[in-house]
Design a protein around this ligand. Sequence first.
Ligand SMILES: [Zn+2]
Length: 122
Amino acid sequence: MTVTDTVRVSVACSFCLKSTTEVATMVAGPGVFICDSCVAVCVEIIENKPAAPPELVSWERDLSDEALLELLPKVAAAGAQVERQLTGYVRKARAGGITWNRIGAALGMTRQSAWERFSGEE
Ligand SMILES: [Zn+2]
């Protein structure tokens, strides 16, 4: 199995959490993913936004309590996916010989904190 195959079968859209098997196209970013349906929603939002200073535009507004509660596990799953991706990138950096010191500095943490969080060792 190649790296591409692994990515194809194991990731979910960071916006809607649909898996690669549920979407036509999945685009990978740095640790995040977006599907073709979510890109279409984003394009619609961008095309219809009022002329105003740049701001964060979300497609979820005025959520009911139930809708907000339904959203919580999705946000948690997206966060867990980002953490797995980050760990993968760090391990790739280590495999390439980059020191824990430099990885920690890049993440704004100590060498020890980086090692404890990403090494998988006790
Ligand atoms: Zn999506």
